[in-house]
Design a protein around this ligand. Structure first.
Ligand code: HOZ
Length: 427
């Protein structure tokens, strides 16, 4: 595959943009080589600056559950932007989207729209601290809740990919209120509450982790999160930026049967535009200004184009059988990847739920970051490069999820699995 135009674009970008990318996860640092530059997307496919075509399993890191440039979403956005791109004044559609989110997620009685998952998670925590009048926040190793200062402690996603324990530029005092525990470890959480229970404002977690690769929660762990927060007067925050509307219409909390006090949303709810949200209990959300004293704001919050994309996307997700279909395809895809690896004698295991999953290059089971980090990242890098050469784009990191969209067909799954078999056979 020739990528000369991408190479030129990258050289130019590097002169003007740190690392040539506007988010570190876009660099191919851990898989070798340089990123390609994309020009166009349609359905399950993207095309780079040199005209190479790829089947896309990154889907912009999760938002594109309908695939690229879905006509209903494009039409909705086009219609809205011709009437004005931003007002900084309330619009009726914001209430419509808020209503759709609260209807879909029963634990969400009120919701505030903002522009990014980072902002939503940061603001959800601020609401919890304001409500409880406590400072400590518990997060879990390998979970990623955006790049706000206090949450850049043992974070997943690009932080894990680059092997950073935390981030320079964050004063130690900012993370001194963050306690990091192992995911799926109910005992460690109980011990933490024994020691600091009266000072903990919130426990925040991805109820299904997607930012260290996909890691599924154990029932007992989730129940402990709920019971311990409740009994100690702390709040439970589910970061459903990835899982919201990914596994079912609403949060994965619906399937898990556990209700948090606050839910953080992003990605799919913005239909590919910059939109995120946090919401939950009415008494907690009434802490937010202008009703209460917790300040959070944004010029582009509830942006008309982003709201239109979100509403259009949710309306498509409501179609009967949408999730059943995508789940069946996802299962076949992720089980097929693991089977292909094993058949070729490659040590691998997989975690998946619905249309999101990760193939880990290690045997055994993966239940927490300590398990994830024992994966053979060089083997993942070889897999990534071989698949890319064949026209299949996976995340450029072992520590991320792959996504199947409604635009991926059974034939896409078949050709990808055949390419994976070839890649493993030549490893
Ligand atoms: N949650 C995304 C990847 N796990 C973040 C994407 C980004 O940082 O650009």
């Amino acid at each position: 595959m020739k990528r000369t135009k991408s190479a030129e674009a990258f050289e130019l970008a590097k002169r003007l943009i740190p690392g040539g990318v506007n988010s570190p996860v876009r660099a191919f640092k851990s898989v070798g080589g340089d990123p390609f530059f994309v020009r166009k997307g349609s359905g399950a496919r993207i095309w780079d600056a040199d005209g190479n075509e790829y089947v896309d399993f990154v889907c912009s890191w999760g938002p594109l559950i309908l695939g690229h440039a879905h006509p209903v979403v494009v039409e909705a956005v086009t219609r809205v932007v011709s009437d004005g791109m931003t007002f900084g004044i309330p619009t009726e559609r914001e209430t419509e989207l808020a209503g759709a989110l609260c209807d879909a997620i029963p634990s969400m009685k009120k919701v505030r729209l903002c522009s990014s998952g980072t902002e939503a998670a940061m603001s959800g925590i601020r609401a919890a601290r304001g409500f409880t009048r406590r400072d400590l926040v518990v997060k879990f190793d390998g979970c990623y809740h955006g790049h706000s200062d206090g949450l850049l402690a043992k974070a997943g996603s690009g932080v894990a990919t680059l092997g950073l324990p935390d981030s320079a530029g964050v004063p130690a005092s900012f993370t001194s209120c963050t306690i990091v525990l192992p995911y799926n470890d109910a005992g460690a959480l109980a011990a933490c509450f024994d020691a600091h229970g009266s000072k903990i404002a919130a426990v925040i977690l991805e109820p299904v982790a997607g930012n260290m690769g996909v890691v599924l929660p154990e029932r007992k762990f989730l129940e402990s999160c709920r019971e311990l927060t409740r009994s100690h007067g702390a709040l439970l925050i589910f970061d459903e930026v990835i899982t919201g509307f990914r596994i079912c219409y609403g949060g994965v909390q619906k399937i898990l049967g556990i209700e948090p006090d606050i839910t953080v949303l992003g990605k799919i709810v913005g239909g590919g535009m910059p939109l995120a949200a946090y919401g939950g209990r009415e008494d907690v959300m009434n802490m937010i200004a202008p009703v209460g004293p917790v300040y959070q704001a944004g010029t582009l919050s509830g942006n008309p184009a982003a709201v239109a994309a979100g509403i259009a996307t949710l309306s498509e997700l409501k179609r009967p059988g949408f999730y059943e279909k995508i789940e069946t395809r996802g299962r076949r895809f992720f089980e097929g990847l693991v089977a292909a690896a094993k058949a070729a004698g490659v040590e691998a295991c997989g975690n998946s739920i619905g249309s999101m999953g990760t193939l880990f290059f290690r045997g055994g089971e993966v239940k927490c970051w300590d398990d994830v980090k024992k994966s053979d990242t060089s083997a993942y890098a070889r897999f990534f490069r071989k698949m890319l050469e064949r026209g299949f784009y996976f995340a450029p990191s072992q520590f991320e999820a792959a996504f199947v969209s409604a635009a991926h067909t059974d034939a896409d799954v078949d050709t990808t699995l055949r390419a994976a078999e070839e890649s493993f056979a030549t490893d």
